[in-house]
Design a protein around this ligand. Structure first.
Ligand code: MCN
Ligand code: MO
Length: 719
């Protein structure tokens, strides 16, 4: 069996030798380069777009203005919004030509703060809405008023998470080629099927004549799961010019033109009894949605997951998404769950402190005791045993030993070391996923998946799953992804759904293929064969997959050697406990993460090496969220962190030491594969664990310190 083993990534040979093709490596002969004229203003009326000098500039092939749908409503709503597109035969000439665009703007007052944006008379980002509130929903359940009446204590406060920039190593980019019959696109995306549908609609082409390929992608983190205006515009240009057109964002362009993440704020009130039991929670989650409401439901997800893994019997949480003159907000690794987890974990720590109880003990008292469990906002957590996993995690992570060690270091050496812990429950997996599988004449198996890996190692994981199901060596399985020509439809890689939804589809396809091969083998061997280890047996006679395929292809049998399976997945809910150890420099407030440990129950672990990799990368992103990453705007809406010189993305150097554990007795999901997602778990659990650790450290010198926002950067920690 391959499932459960730390198989090395089959992707890496290609990637590490520099042979993987990313969008910008795709250079068809005669390719033209597209670039965008972007607004320097965060909010302005577009009075006039004069592109005559651009049209006359050297190397320019075509110029597209507002007619292509840029600056809808005649105004720009965030710095970096496109107002025109230029296509040139050379990249350098393109950037020279872009500077020749003359756009006359009438600047409008920009609104940057969500609370300002909600005030009557605030400048409107979208006049057609009549206010800056793009969405406003209330989620509730249980007797909230009763719980507050009964409460021994009521705690309230505001918690906020900063806006961050996903900053994938590879910026977005797209190539579109039109040969008069087929429009073929390559995009650095998570959603080739969505692009295909939207482009076909925009150009009024049949779906069958649009093909979208997702080549290797250097990271996405949720920021490539929308169909972006540039993708449609480049497709239109290629179609109109009957040429090949490429656009690849520069880093600073990507920082403004690709969606940002987080930026949620919670105002809360909790009702607690004297034993630290949380009876009810009431509050509002606000999202700083940016200039367009693209990241639908982020505040809503955070609201619905706010109770976390705790049995809180009543809740009323409002979710409000507020437009501002910033880059639109959308999914970023965890998309609502990191914020919900940060909020509830901060609240639980506050309850413990307020009542003078141990933070662990308060968690213990509040954890959901029996699964499945429906939280007061209607979300049903599927499987698990939170109390047992929690206790086992405490042991494995060595929480109390580390606390003692930190205390000794403080007493003996004056070191400010803090230990923090977080527990989380999150939602992973949704929707359908498709797999096409073919048995080849040499007995090997070709698998086409609609998943869209961007670094997770899914080619390896799917090969493990298929090799196990067909009982054949993994070398006989080849997995292809990211081409709408080979799979009818699919959703893609997001929501930590891939191995659970796509792996389950692969299991169903392998079973179908086995059944078809078995039918053919029965004809060939003249009996009902038994399948074992890739071979059909009838007494002492046998036929390999290869024999059967050859027979079928010779016309000896009627069988389907290409099968297709679609799996519709229900969501599942991983649970885990993460721990962080940090050291604070009392002179500067600088925080150094020393150690990070995790214990997760994600059902069946398919490949512990891949899963651990997800913890490392995810935790590092969450640590940066806790300590330093931040998209900063000035009051005019200028992005002051427009590139990697000003925006701090963590590197290996900033990483702590990791110890990653998975539950010895996992609780599987109700899917053929039994896994739950791990792709976002550490991004979700790490921020609150790190913040709790920083607070633990600084309390040694300031017992009343309380961290209520991220990032806890040196300036904030020092205060
Ligand atoms: N895995 C496993 N056992 C499990 C669950 C997962 O071995 N029980 C393995 C899988 O085989 C896969 C990896 O862990 O190799 C992640 O699987 P899964 O949890 O199904 O998540 P997805 O593959 O759907 O990945 C999406 C997830 C999301 S939503 C974001 S955002 C994110 C993330 O993955 N973006 C990433 N991790 C990323 N990692 C990289 N390198 N780049 C990104 O852009
Ligand atoms: Mo994601």
């Amino acid at each position: 069996r391959y499932i459960g083993k730390p198989i090395l990534r089959v992707e890496d040979d290609v990637i590490l030798r520099g042979r993987a093709q990313y969008v910008d490596d795709i250079e068809p002969p005669g390719v033209l380069y597209a670039g965008f004229v972007r607004s320097p203003y965060a909010h302005a009326r577009v009075v006039k777009v004069d592109l005559s000098d651009v049209r006359g500039a050297k190397g320019v092939v075509a110029v597209f203005g507002p007619e292509l749908g840029f600056a809808p409503g005649g105004k720009v709503r965030y710095q970096g919004e496109a107002v025109a597109m230029v296509v040139a035969r050379d990249r350098y000439l393109l950037y020279d030509a872009l500077e020749k665009a003359v756009v006359e703007y009438e600047p409008l007052p920009a609104v940057l703060d969500i609370f300002e944006a909600m005030k009557p008379g605030a400048p409107l980002v979208d006049e057609s809405l009549g206010s800056n509130i793009a969405s406003d929903e209330v989620y509730q359940g249980g007797d909230v008023e009763g719980a507050f009446r009964e409460a021994a204590r009521v705690l309230e406060g505001r918690l906020s998470t900063q806006r961050v920039i996903p900053a994938a190593m590879e910026p977005r980019g797209v190539v579109a080629m039109y040969d008069g019959a087929t429009l073929t696109m390559w995009s650095s995306t998570q959603v080739p099927f969505d692009i295909k549908k939207e482009v076909a609609k925009a150009l009024d082409l049949p779906l069958s004549s649009v093909r979208v390929i997702q080549p290797y992608v250097g990271g996405a983190f949720g920021s490539k799961l929308l169909v972006y205006p540039e993708e449609v515009a480049v497709a239109k240009a290629a179609y109109m010019l009957k040429r090949t057109v490429k656009w690849v964002a520069t880093r600073s362009e990507d920082f403004k033109a690709t969606t940002h993440g987080r930026a949620l704020v919670l105002d809360y009130k909790v009702a607690v009894d004297n034993g630290g039991r949380i009876l009810a929670i009431e509050g509002t989650v606000y999202a700083d949605a940016g200039a367009y409401y693209w990241g639908e439901g982020l505040a809503d997800t955070a609201a619905k997951m706010l109770p976390g893994p705790y049995e809180i019997r009543a809740a009323r949480v409002r979710a409000v998404s507020v437009l501002t003159n910033k880059t639109p907000l959308s999914a970023y690794r965890g998309a609502g769950r990191p914020e919900a987890t940060f909020f509830i974990e901060r609240i639980v720590d506050a309850v413990a402190d307020e009542l003078g109880l141990d933070r662990i003990e308060v968690r213990r008292r509040n954890l959901v005791k029996r699964l499945p469990y429906t939280n007061p906002l209607g979300v049903t957590y599927d499987t698990g045993d939170y109390p047992a996993v929690f206790e086992r995690a405490l042991e494995k992570l060595g929480y109390y030993q580390l606390k003692r060690w930190a205390e000794e270091e403080w007493k003996k050496n004056g070191r400010l070391i803090g230990v923090g812990l977080s527990a989380y429950v999150e939602i992973t997996t949704f929707g359908y996923e498709a797999v096409v599988m073919r048995a080849e004449r040499d007995g090997s198996i070709t698998v086409y998946t609609a998943l869209t890996p961007t670094g997770q190692g899914l080619v390896t994981a799917l090969a493990q799953v298929v090799a196990d199901e067909l009982e054949i060596p993994i070398e006989k399985v080849r997995v292809y992804w990211g081409d709408t020509a080979y799979v009818p439809d699919g959703i893609g890689t997001m929501g930590s759904r891939s191995i659970t939804a796509g792996g389950s589809a692969a299991i169903l396809a392998a079973r179908k293929l086995k059944a078809e091969l078995s039918k053919a083998a029965a004809q060939l061997l003249n009996c009902e064969p038994v399948y074992r280890g890739g071979v059909f047996h009838c007494g002492d006679r046998s036929a390999t997959i290869q024999d059967v395929v050859k027979a079928v292809l010779r016309g000896d049998a009627e069988a389907q050697l290409t099968v297709e399976a679609i799996y519709h997945a229900e969501s599942n809910f991983p649970f885990g406990v993460h721990l962080a150890v940090v050291e604070v420099d009392p002179e500067t407030g600088f925080v150094k993460p020393l150690l990070y440990k995790s214990y997760d129950d994600v059902g069946q672990v398919v490949n512990p090496l891949l899963a651990a990799g997800q913890i490392h990368g995810g935790a590092l992103q969450g640590i940066a969220q806790a300590l330093y990453e931040e998209a900063i705007y000035d009051e005019g809406g200028n992005l002051l962190t427009p590139n990697l010189a000003y925006y701090y993305v963590p590197t290996a150097h900033e990483a702590p030491r990791f110890e990653v554990y998975f539950a010895e007795e996992p609780h599987p999901s109700a899917t053929p594969i039994g896994s739950k997602g791990i792709g976002e778990a550490a991004t979700i659990a790490s921020t609150p664990a790190v913040i709790s650790a920083v607070e633990d450290a600084i309390r040694k010198i300031n017992p009343r310190a309380r961290i209520v926002k991220t990032p806890a950067d040196p300036e904030y920690v020092y205060k």
